[in-house]
Design a binder for this molecule. Structure first.
Ligand SMILES: C[S@@+](CC[C@H](N)C(=O)[O-])C[C@H]1O[C@@H](n2cnc3c(N)ncnc32)[C@H](O)[C@@H]1O
Length: 267
């Protein structure tokens, strides 16, 4: 495996129906398929959808984007043009060469980097945005790695395919495929928490859905609550609006409407 230097980021499967679904929404299949370890063939994303994907993830200066399976480099190059540090991981050496040349032609080679290698071997920590255009089974195989390595608040955009039962935070129409899906990686808040007064309560979490059990008296809400988490922010859904909060460092700050805030740490 050949690694390009990329200091800013370095510290950083399919049923027939699924396959047919992919083929129907991917307009042009590239010539390269079937390299060992290749979990999707090369199909370049429509330029209108590249633009829409970057807008959906609000990519800009200060972002560190990784495109997993970067093809001809168009997402990486577009992100670099938006001021982001961008890295593409691509198994096919001929595509890596093509992408580097395209980055040079676009004058963004200092911010657009490419590694020839297996996307499953790439350390994702440090990324603020991850983009995917892979088969559904590859997305599913990647899911635990995404949840393990990405910091809360990191945006993930996938073209066409979901992440199984991890429901997206947003799903928009795409110009030439099955849509663009966005996930905001949630902070991991499940487990036992204690307030400064020593009151103990429990949070159960599945992806962005959070349930509070044994609500402490100081919080001023009924014994249980269910809401959502977006990055580090907790909120109630619908009209209930009972509880909001945020994770600050290792401190969880919760506030029920009409009550003062309560700080808790893990216990
Ligand atoms: C559908 S194309 C998407 C290309 C690009 N991300 C875009 O949206 O224009 C998928 C790409 O992933 C690459 N790929 C497939 N399996 C891979 C793996 N295990 N590691 C790295 N790249 C891989 C393929 O070679 C192909 O270029």
């Amino acid at each position: 495996m050949k690694h390009d230097s990329f200091s800013p980021l370095m510290g950083l499967g399919a049923a027939l129906g699924t396959l047919l679904g992919l083929l129907s929404c991917l307009p042009v299949l590239g010539a390269t398929a079937g390299l060992p370890g290749q979990v999707a063939p090369f199909v370049a994303m429509d330029e209108r959808d590249v633009k829409a994907a970057l807008a959906l993830a609000k990519v800009g200066r200060g972002d560190r984007l990784i495109d997993l399976g970067s093809g001809d480099g168009r997402i990486v190059i577009a992100a670099a043009k938006h001021g982001a540090e961008a890295l593409g991981i691509e198994l096919d050496p001929s595509l890596v060469i093509k992408a580097r040349r395209a980055a040079e032609r676009a004058g963004v080679e200092k911010r657009a980097h490419f590694i020839e290698g297996d996307l499953f071997a790439q350390d994702l920590s440090g990324a603020t945005v991850v983009t995917l255009y892979l088969f559904p089974d590859a997305n599913l195989a990647l899911r635990p790695k995404l949840l393990r390595e990405l910091a809360s608040g990191t945006r993930i955009v996938s073209n066409s395919f979901d992440l199984g039962d991890w429901k997206p935070d947003a799903h928009i129409k795409a110009a030439s495929s099955g849509g663009l899906l966005l996930w905001i990686v949630p902070a991991q808040l499940g487990g036992a928490w204690c307030t400064a007064r020593g009151e103990r309560f429990r949070l159960a979490q599945k992806y962005q859905v959070l349930r509070l059990f044994d609500a402490p008296a100081s919080l001023g809400i009924s014994a249980s609550w269910e809401g959502r988490i977006r990055g580090k922010e907790l909120f109630s859904e619908g009209s209930e609006g009972t509880l909001s909060g945020r994770l600050e460092g290792d401190q969880l700050i919760l506030q029920a409407s009409g009550s003062s805030s309560v700080k808790a740490t893990r216990c």
